[in-house]
Design a protein around this ligand. Structure first.
Ligand code: NAD
Length: 439
């Protein structure tokens, strides 16, 4: 086995759940020199991975998977029982979607905990990497103990990667939060991440669990806040880009997550914000700010759709709209809770015909959107004979398109830029009626 240079101590790690988080975490830990087995219950996913076919799009990931499989440090299997005997540290990275009441649905986490308990026969550290409510590590401990009474530890190491730059984020994180019950588990986890740059923050398990939710809730709050300011800009003549820049230079605030637009979505913010609100409620506290953050986000999409309708003569019925973007953000194929998908569904419900284009997310969108949506092969065909063009995902590639040609293909030169991707002055010079957010 090829041991990566600089590795402090190679360990045998298992990652259960080979989705966006599990596959990136497992692959990057293998690249850091550890011996890693990635497990999933999805047989098809594991078969594809064993053939070198990567089921998700994430920049740099495919190359890294292939390199580490070839080096003998990374394996894929569906069998936890097979991987467990050699395992020193096991990461749980399965999904924690919203249950019907908004609480995190922990059934996948608990299934893994039960399986671990049934097959465990030696000390390991079980690490919750999935985003889970405060108190989950205790419940995972109890589930394992139903089957196994020997010594083991449960810890919390929440994941902060951003889809679209997940590999880079893994190797240069702002911090690695390690919630542990004792020094033994803490020292083992420090060894796991020994060669990864970034500050290690040792906390109680409960604090680690809450840090993840509080981080996502705060970021969502920043975006909803700037979208509220954008509303004031539209009513006062101020420009949100200038205002956000001016605010962001204050280092107590910082420039990131101050981009006005059609709001946040994705696989994490929506479910985590609601789960945190539920968690607060379960503890007898009404988290009013968070409820407003959600409401503002939802209204932002409504304002955008209303503006399109108003500018196109008061109705969307019979209109053909070209949607640029389906993914919840650029550089990913992930459409979970994507604002683009939600908006397209609302446009169709209002009687519009939608043609959509995305650089990576079309296959996923096809499975989620009504069958009436058309997916031309390129942006220009998407724009052809449309009554308006909508920018719904901030793919940088959209900026580089030939906007003179696009204008000639549209039925009328109208652009609604939900991501403030394009420059208003340039678009007006080109002869477009151009609408964006807060400017
Ligand atoms: N996606 C992100 O950007 C991100 C970032 C930070 C944290 N998180 C959190 O990480 C967790 C995983 O998110 P994701 O986006 O990777 O989810 P995902 O849906 O992409 O992947 C989850 C995987 O777990 C597998 N799985 C489910 N039950 C299993 C079981 N019993 N045994 C083995 N595999 C099983 C599923 O088949 C799936 O492949 C969630 O809690 C999420 O909130 C996600």
């Amino acid at each position: 086995m090829d041991q990566a240079p600089g590795i402090y101590k190679q360990m045998h790690l298992t990652v259960v759940g080979t989705g966006y988080v599990g596959l990136v975490t497992g692959t990057c830990l293998a690249d850091a020199g550890h011996s890693v087995t990635c497990i999933d219950i999805d047989q098809e996913k594991i078969s594809r991975l064993n053939k070198g076919d990567i089921p998700i799009y994430e920049p740099g990931l495919e190359q890294l998977v292939k390199h580490n499989v070839a080096a003998g440090r990374l394996k894929f299997t569906t069998s936890l029982a097979e991987a467990l005997p050699a395992t020193e540290v096991l990461f749980i990275a399965v999904g924690t979607p919203s249950a019907a009441d908004g609480r995190a649905d922990l059934r996948y986490v608990f299934t893994v905990a039960d399986d671990i308990g049934k097959h465990l026969d030696h000390y390991i550290v079980v690490v919750d990497k999935s985003t889970v409510p405060v108190g989950t590590a205790k419940q995972v401990t109890e589930r394992i103990q139903r089957h196994y009474q020997g010594d083991f530890d449960v810890a919390s190491c929440p994941e902060f990667l951003r889809e679209g730059s997940a590999v880079d984020d893994f190797f240069a994180p702002d911090r690695i939060v390690l919630g542990v019950r004792n020094d033994k588990a803490g020292d083992i986890l420090l060894d796991v991440f020994k060669t990864i740059k970034g500050q290690k923050v040792l906390t109680t398990i409960e604090s680690a669990e809450l840090i993840k939710y509080a981080s996502n809730a705060f970021l969502a709050t920043k975006i909803s806040f700037i979208n509220e300011i954008a509303q004031i800009c539209e009513r006062s003549g101020a420009d949100i880009e200038e205002v956000a820049y001016g605010i962001g230079l204050d280092n107590r605030i910082g420039p990131k997550f101050l981009k006005a637009g059609i709001g946040w979505g994705g696989s994490c913010f929506p479910k985590d914000v609601i789960a945190l609100d539920q968690m607060a409620g379960d503890g007898g506290y009404d988290f009013r700010l968070l409820k407003a953050v959600v409401e503002v986000n939802s209204n932002q999409r409504g304002h955008f759709i209303k503006r399109i309708s108003d500018q196109l003569g008061g109705t969307l019925a019979g209109k053909t709209l070209a949607a640029f973007g389906l993914a919840f953000k650029n550089n990913t194929d992930d459409i979970r809770e994507s604002a683009a998908i939600d908006i397209i569904e609302q446009l169709i419900a209002a009687g519009a015909t939608v043609k959509a284009f995305d650089y990576k997310a079309t296959d996923n969108a096809r499975a989620a959107l009504p069958t009436s949506v058309l997916y031309p092969a390129d942006p220009y065909e998407t724009a052809r004979q449309a009554d308006a063009l909508l920018v719904l995902t901030e793919w940088k590639e959209f900026k580089e398109l030939d906007w003179i040609k696009l204008k000639s293909l549209l039925r009328q030169p109208v652009v609604f830029d939900g991501r403030n991707l394009l420059k208003p002055a340039t678009m007006r010079e080109l002869g477009y009626s151009y609408y964006s957010i807060g400017r």
